[in-house]
Design a protein around this ligand. Sequence first.
Ligand SMILES: C[S@@+](CC[C@H](N)C(=O)[O-])C[C@H]1O[C@@H](n2cnc3c(N)ncnc32)[C@H](O)[C@@H]1O
Length: 295
Amino acid sequence: MMEYSFPRYLLSKQSVDDRALNKDVFLALKNKLPPEPIRIIEVGAGIGTMLRRLIRWGVIRKAEYILVDGMADNVEYASEWIPAWAGESGFSVERSGTHQISLTGVDINIHVRLVAADVFDFIQTNKTPADVLIAHAFLDLLPMPDSLTKLLTLTKNLAWLTLNFDGVTTFEPVIDEELDTLIESRYHSTMDTRPSGGSSRSGRQMFTHVQAVHADILAAGSSDWVVYPADGCYPEDEKYFLEFILHFVEGSVWTCPQLTAERLQHWLDVRRTQIARGELTYIAHQLDFLLGMRR
Ligand SMILES: C[S@@+](CC[C@H](N)C(=O)[O-])C[C@H]1O[C@@H](n2cnc3c(N)ncnc32)[C@H](O)[C@@H]1O
């Protein structure tokens, strides 16, 4: 029986996201960063994988990095996981309480603060805006454009808004054109009807939403997830990532006379067999943005 763990899903997503992130938008971010030390606020930060990526990719060396996530379990996981990988990477790690972690190393001095809070509550209490706001795989869960307006109050300079889902989910090979299309459209409508907000076309809608805020698009581009086997194997923990995506589909798509429980189960069984055999390819279209706040 497969165990589904959200932190493990976020861990398994790292290599998929590393490939997906739009490198032109990323370069624009690097080129626009103000002199260090910089203050970064990441919202919907999960367990902190973006912090690790930005250190590994040499983007931040001297920084205050605030991670905000609404799920206390994610923040607890982050409070153990960040010191663990930082220690393995040769940094000296100092903690004050459970939610403040200092990482020091050669030319590295990063102070991390973990905040377990709904981001809209955090916005009410945050006193100092960041140089860079990061929202990674997060904005497509929120009601727009109101959330964007509120989130941008957290930055005085840049906003790097990445992996905004944009209306295409594809599984290859095709099982049955009609059934695949039906499940894809049902899956997308669950994103459009979540009580907490969100959209299956949040990527393209960002171009319109940005017109309503005090910011300019400095760079934009696609950041599709493309997960495929090589010689029948998936790299890193991407097999688990695919299992988790099917788990999302199974948990969110509701049945109807056209899509009976039997038809959905048949589709899931075939897809799971394709993963086990290293035959499944999965593509999700997403868009990245770098915004610059107008002064
Ligand atoms: C898809 S996950 C992405 C996590 C992380 N950015 C990553 O890619 O590894 C979305 C995250 O947003 C958090 N979240 C959702 N709504 C939130 C809210 N209103 N305030 C703060 N965090 C929220 C969830 O707990 C979850 O960790």
